[in-house]
Design a protein around this ligand. Sequence first.
Ligand code: CTP
Ligand code: MG
Length: 230
Amino acid sequence: HAFWAVIPAAGVGRRMGADRPKQYLELAGRTVLEYTLNIFIRHPRITGLAVAIGAEDPWFPELSIRTDKPMLVVHGGEERCHSVLNALRALEGQVSDDDWMLVHDAARPCLGREDLDRLLETLEHDPVGGLLAVPVSDTLKRGDADGRVEQTVDRSGLWRAFTPQMFRYRALMRALQTALAEGATVTDDASAMERAGHAPRLVEGSPSNIKITSPADLALAGFLLERDRA
Ligand code: CTP
Ligand code: MG
C-alpha cells in the first residue's frame, strides 16, 4: 500500500505571536513549512502529499518547492482536525482505502529520517497504525486551583504524542468524521482512532521532533536543523 503525507498547515500560530503563521517563519533561509515538506518529498517511499493551508494565505505561493510527486493543496478548516479531513477528502479517488496516511504537523520541521523510517517499518504490516511518541521524562504534578501540588502523578506508561501519526485512509477518515459529528475534542488523529475502538501503536521517536509552539521553540528548532545539516 502507498504512503501519503498529509500536512495540516492552516493554523494561525496564536501562541507564537509573530507577524505571520509560524510555518512561514524562516530558519537559516528557509521557512519551517519548506523544511517539513522536503522531508516527505525526499523520502523514496512517500508517493505524494496533501497540504491544508489557510483560506487567505499569501505566503504559500511564495515558497520554493520542487517535486515530481503529486502535491494537492487544499484549504484548511476551523480546527486542526477539520484541516486534516479536508486534505483527506481531496485525496478521494487518488488513494485506496487501505493506503497509509502519515499526518504530520507543518510545525514539526525537525522530524528525522531515522524516525520516519522506523515508523514506516514498524507499522507497514500493522492492522491499525500508530504514532511517533516519546516517554515522559519529567516528574508530573497535578495542581489544585491555588497552584499548589495536589499529587505527584505516576509517569510510568505515559507518552507524549508526536507526529507523524499513520493510519489507513478510510479508517482515519471515518474516525475523524464520527468524532466531529459527535462533538468530541480531537487534538490528534490517534484520539479519533481511539474513540472508534482502535488501539494505535506507540513507536518511540526522538525528542528532537519538537512542535514549534512559542518563540523559544523556534530558536531550538533552528539549532536542531543546523546540527542535522552538519
Ligand atoms: N493547524 C491546521 N488547521 C487549524 C489549526 C492548526 O492545519 N485550524 C495545523 C497548524 O498549522 C500546525 C498543526 O496543525 O502545523 C499543529 O497545530 P498548532 O501547533 O496548534 O498550530 P497553530 O494552531 O497554528 O498554533 P496556535 O494554536 O498557537 O494558534
Ligand atoms: Mg492550534
